[in-house]
Design a protein around this ligand. Structure first.
Ligand code: SF4
Ligand code: SF4
Ligand code: SF4
Ligand code: FES
Length: 1010
């Protein structure tokens, strides 16, 4: 287990290990002798790391650099100063002389390995894991034993196939504990353990229940790190090998043949055959790097495919995620090959659609756009880019709008979530993005999560906070309405009244300033506007804030003092609980102000972290799909920007702000907007007030929707263009860290579909543009030319797993940590901005007496259009529901499964109740995802919106609950991990293995005299 006790005051990217969870910072540099050579090492680091850096081939089955030393396999035995010991659990110390190849060490390595062989049946040739990357197999090749001494003994437990995504085979499990370490201390779901006191140990889920009845969230960490085939992705089984899909009796007979031959030929002959079989697989299994298409964490991984069949997702060295994924990135890819994919353009004929050729559809789009522009002017058209498309595609959308049509009516879905956060940061620090990276969130002494259900909405980012909290004692404060996982884990969980975050934030800021607890030097040297800011806080006394927020004065004072006392950095992460309010921008500003007065910017482990929702919502905004800013947040009315684009695009940018997403619908109803082109955005479900949206879409003359499947928004289309999925194209995404990453074509576009960027080009050309991009890299070259924050970005610098965090200087230098050289204003100083409280517009009333909250679920992404295609996902989260608190359930006489109708001033939905203490009192919660359009929560939300950005105030909604009487099934199946009972412990607790009666470390006490 890693030792996190060492101080972490250095900000540096770890060059020695694949990216992944933060490694401890080790001590002074010293020299260690390995097999006679002298190597640089750091005091306290695992000796095995030095040996690996030296290039020495040392067996190491349980060691994984992203997990740290585990100490279970006993194969990494070396002699240190004459004594045989494990290289992984030995820390570097002065004066060490290490020998890896002496007889005593070698004998111990073999003994350790042979014990593993007693737990694992070597049938490599017919094993789906025989893919060059089986650590157990490769170690056999390294040690080259001829015969095994410890006879293989099956453990006698049944294989567990209960989980839809992976299976566990106890008989193949070598008890290395990698899976337990990953689950306990990287994912920090704390599901797995090994009961070392059992005479016949195995890996246990929640202490010993079937996987699908446990707390397992199917993140796949355990499967990814398993060094053999004991844990495997179900999609690999019978599919990866040449002969692995044999019927079971034949397969069993084949295993017997392989084992029988081994007795006469020895292991190495068997290995030779299996190595040939493994090489043959290279001819039909492709491994292609991509970036996850779901949330803004930006996990990257290799996708293994056999033709279009996805065998598995293999995360290893992604800069944001290392070995980590969540269930969606690891397993929810069935939408790509779904039968429901659109494979031909569709053209409306009356109430029906008919298939059309690409030429016919594109000609029609170009012709109608030209006609509408000629008849009504350019502002009669609007364009919505996809936050799931690539940067290059988003760039072309706004270029199309501005250069070809001549309008600023262009937007993306950050309007629905993140625009207020960006507005707050623009006001105060000057860049609309996370202040640092996920590593900073790990390094922080304190993380405050406000209005973010991080463990479900940004699962891998949450793992890093959970890990730092668990292993390093990072302080975790959660301020939220719901008691979700992060709230349960928090050191301090506060539940203010809905919509009151602005008030407690300002009260805390005022208290800190009044009490002389602020970072005065930082404020004096690095900020402006203190006097006005202080004035804006006058109202926010603790008694006032207590009255308005429902938090006590003592709680507020305690919070303020805790924040002010932190020396090692405070990060504040926030999401839609803050931004989807009438005061989303103002509250985001208040967050940034609080960080400024406490000096929590421009240093490692500190800053503002607006957690971006969609995989490329940051990029879509960076690319200028906004009504007032073009690429790189350059204002369309800035004369220098106008001149630049005059040169580059040959047009004069219009200076006036265009329509944003929410205004487009209103403009349609007013008859001003006649046509819209929507790419990959389920606007009719995700915008607030679905009924209003429908009328707005119906009122338009010409609607083009570019999509993967026939979504609800397609119902309003005149032309539907089938786009390609992210796995079917090249491009870049920019994650919440401002990290730009390349995705490669995993499989060609499904027949009949085209990547979005090609579709834009084809329409543009039909409308007379000379767009001649042959590859997305050429689009990126143009982006770099016109956007200072992407200036040094090109595909070469992003090759493979290489990444860049913007701003990127022309020489390729990127900026993982912002503001170190000043804030993004001409004077380099941050601005304390006097924000203004925006009250709720739709608080509960006598008629609509319950506050309606809404948000994401771990299993689904957003409205669920993509994730509902994966059967395993829907088995765990089949549909929508309404969370009702136990007290409200008692008051209204409802139970889990009761059908109710939720009614708001704008609509109604019929859903089943889920009684849970995640919600309290008179608050109900409905997830965003629903199987059917008529059940979606946005039938209940209204037109109230953020005062600055027009982001719908989804969270400012009220409903009444009508009990319908009948009781249906529990909407949350028992296989959902919410019902599990985790078994928290520190790692695999190897000391308990070492304490087993009869256990001795191989080579114990042995060695050669020094
Ligand atoms: S939560 Fe489940 S899938 Fe994830 S590491 Fe733990 S046991 Fe494995
Ligand atoms: S299942 Fe876990 S303990 Fe067993 S071999 Fe795989 S990683 Fe090791
Ligand atoms: S959904 Fe987010 S956390 Fe999950 S794998 Fe994708 S990028 Fe990572
Ligand atoms: S690698 Fe050291 S004990 Fe397994």
């Amino acid at each position: 287990m890693a030792d996190f006790s060492a101080p972490q005051d250095q900000y540096s990217h770890d060059l020695h290990y694949p990216p992944g969870p933060l490694r401890p910072t080790y001590g002074a540099e010293i020299s260690v002798t390995v097999d006679g050579g002298s190597y640089t090492a750091r005091l306290g680091e695992p000796l095995i790391d030095v040996i690996n850096r030296s290039g020495t081939q040392l067996p190491q089955v349980c060691y994984h650099p992203q997990l740290g030393p585990i100490g279970t396999c006993d194969t990494c035995m070396v002699e240190v100063n004459g004594r045989v010991t494990r290289a992984c659990t030995t820390s570097v110390a002065a004066g060490q002389s290490v020998k890896t190849a002496v007889a005593a060490a070698n004998q111990a390595q073999r003994e350790g390995y042979d014990r593993l062989m007693g737990r694992h049946d070597f049938y490599c040739t017919i094993c789906d894991n025989n893919n060059h990357n089986c650590t157990l197999h490769n170690t056999l090749g390294l040690l080259r034993p001829e015969h095994q001494q410890h006879e293989y003994r099956p453990k006698g437990y049944a294989k567990d196939f209960s989980n839809p995504f992976y299976r566990y085979d106890p008989d193949q499990c070598i008890l290395c504990g990698r899976c337990v370490e990953a689950c306990q201390d990287v994912q920090v779901n704390e599901t797995l353990s090994i009961d070392w006191s059992s005479p016949n140990p195995r890996v246990l889920w929640d202490g010993g229940v079937p996987i699908n009845e446990s707390s397992c969230v199917s993140c796949g960490h355990c499967v990814t790190v398993c060094p053999c085939n004991a844990l495997m992705e179900t999609a690999m089984l019978g599919e990866a090998g040449l002969m692995t899909d044999l019927p079971l009796p034949v397969w069993n007979a084949a295993v017997d043949v392989v084992k029988g031959v081994e007795l006469s030929t020895g292991l190495q002959a068997i290995m030779a055959v299996s190595d040939i079989e493994s090489k043959v697989r290279d001819g039909y299994i492709n491994k292609t790097k991509t970036v996850c298409t779901y949330c803004g964490v930006g996990c990257s991984f290799d996708v293994w495919t056999k033709d279009r069949q996805i065998l598995k997702v293999e995360p290893q060295e992604g800069a944001a995620n290392g070995i980590s994924t969540c269930v969606k990135g690891k397993f929810a890819w069935d939408y790509v090959n779904s039968d429901e994919r659109l494979t031909s353009p569709l053209i409306r004929e009356g109430e029906r659609f008919r298939e059309a050729s690409w030429d016919e559809a594109l000609d029609l789009v170009a012709r109608r756009f030209s006609e509408i522009k000629a008849q009504y002017g350019p502002d009669a058209l609007a364009f919505v880019a996809s936050s799931k498309g690539t940067n290059e595609e988003a760039y072309l959308v706004q270029k199309f709008a501005r250069q070809i049509i001549g309008t600023n009516n262009v937007d993306n879905c950050s309007r629905y979530c993140q625009s207020p956060a960006t507005a707050g940061l623009f006001r105060t620090v000057g860049h609309g993005g996370d202040a640092g990276t996920i590593k900073d969130l790990e390094k922080a002494e304190m993380v405050i999560c406000v209005g973010t259900n991080t463990a479900e909405s940004h699962p891998v980012l949450a793992t890093r906070i959970k890990r730092a909290h668990k292993l390093r004692g990072q302080q975790l404060i959660v301020v939220d309405l719901r008691k979700h996982e992060m709230a349960r884990r928090a050191d301090l969980f506060l539940r203010p009244l809905p919509g009151s975050d602005f008030i407690w934030l300002n009260a805390v800021s005022r208290f800190i300033l009044d009490q002389g607890l602020a970072a005065e030097q930082f404020i004096a040297e690095k900020t402006t506007g203190l006097a006005e800011f202080k004035k804006s806080l006058e109202q926010y006394t603790l008694p006032y804030a207590a009255e308005q927020t429902g938090l006590s004065e003592a709680e507020l004072e305690n919070l303020a003092r805790r924040i002010a006392a932190v020396k090692g950095g405070v990060c504040i992460a926030w999401a839609m609980g803050v931004t989807q309010q009438c005061g989303g921008s103002e509250t985001s500003t208040a967050i940034s102000n609080l960080l400024l007065i406490t000096g929590n910017y421009a240093r490692p482990g500190a800053g503002a972290y607006p957690l971006r929702g969609h995989n490329n919502v940051q990029g879509a905004a960076d690319m200028g799909t906004m009504p007032d800013l073009t690429v790189g947040y350059q204002p369309v009315k800035d004369p220098e920007v106008v001149a630049k684009f005059q040169r580059e695009w040959g047009i004069t940018l219009r200076p006036e702000r265009g329509l944003d997403n929410t205004q487009m619908v209103g403009a349609s109803l007013e008859g001003r907007l006649k046509a819209i082109w929507v790419t990959g955005e389920e606007m009719s479900l995700t915008d607030a007030n679905s009924n209003y949206m429908s009328i707005g879409f119906e009122a338009m003359e010409f609607v083009v929707v570019q999509e993967l499947t026939f979504t609800n928004t397609c119902r309003y289309a005149d032309v539907i263009l089938p786009g390609a999925a992210s796995l079917e194209k090249e491009g870049t995404f920019t994650n919440t860290e401002r990290r730009i990453q390349r995705l490669y074509e995993v499989m060609p576009p499904l027949r009949g579909t085209k990547p979005d960027w090609q579709i834009y080009i084809e329409v543009a050309r039909r409308m007379g543009a000379d767009w001649n991009y042959a590859h997305p890299s050429e689009i990126m070259d143009e982006i770099a030319r016109v956007s200072p924050i992407y200036a040094g970005v090109n595909y070469e610098r992003l090759e493979g797993y290489k990444t860049l965090c913007w701003p990127v200087a022309p020489d390729g230098t990127d900026t993982p940590l912002l503001y170190v050289n000043g804030f993004n204003f001409p004077d380099g100083k941050a601005r304390l901005f006097p924000a203004e409280f925006q009250p709720r517009q739709r608080p509960p009333t006598a008629e609509y007496d319950l506050h309606l909250n809404n948000g994401r679920m771990l299993e689904h992404f957003h409205e669920g259009n993509m994730t509902f295609h994966t059967a395993g996902i829907t088995s765990k989260a089949p549909d929508t529901f309404v969370e009702v608190s136990p007290e409200l359930a008692a008051e209204r006489g409802v139970q889990t499964g009761t059908w109710v109708r939720l009614v708001s001033p704008d609509g109604a939905v019929r859903v089943r109740v889920l009684v849970t203490d995640r919600v309290a009192g008179q608050e109900v919660y409905v997830p965003m995802n629903a199987r059917l359009y008529i059940d979606t929560v946005n039938h209940l939300t209204g037109l109230n919106h953020d005062s600055v950005t027009h982001t719908p105030a989804y969270k400012d909604s009220s409903v009444r609950m009508e009990v319908l009487g009948d009781v249906g099934e529990n909407p949350m199946p028992r296989s959902n991990p919410r019902y599990g009972h985790p078994t928290p412990q520190r790692g695999v607790e190897v000391q308990r293995k070492w304490a087993q009666p009869g256990y001795t470390m191989p080579g114990e006490g042995g060695g050669t005299a020094d």
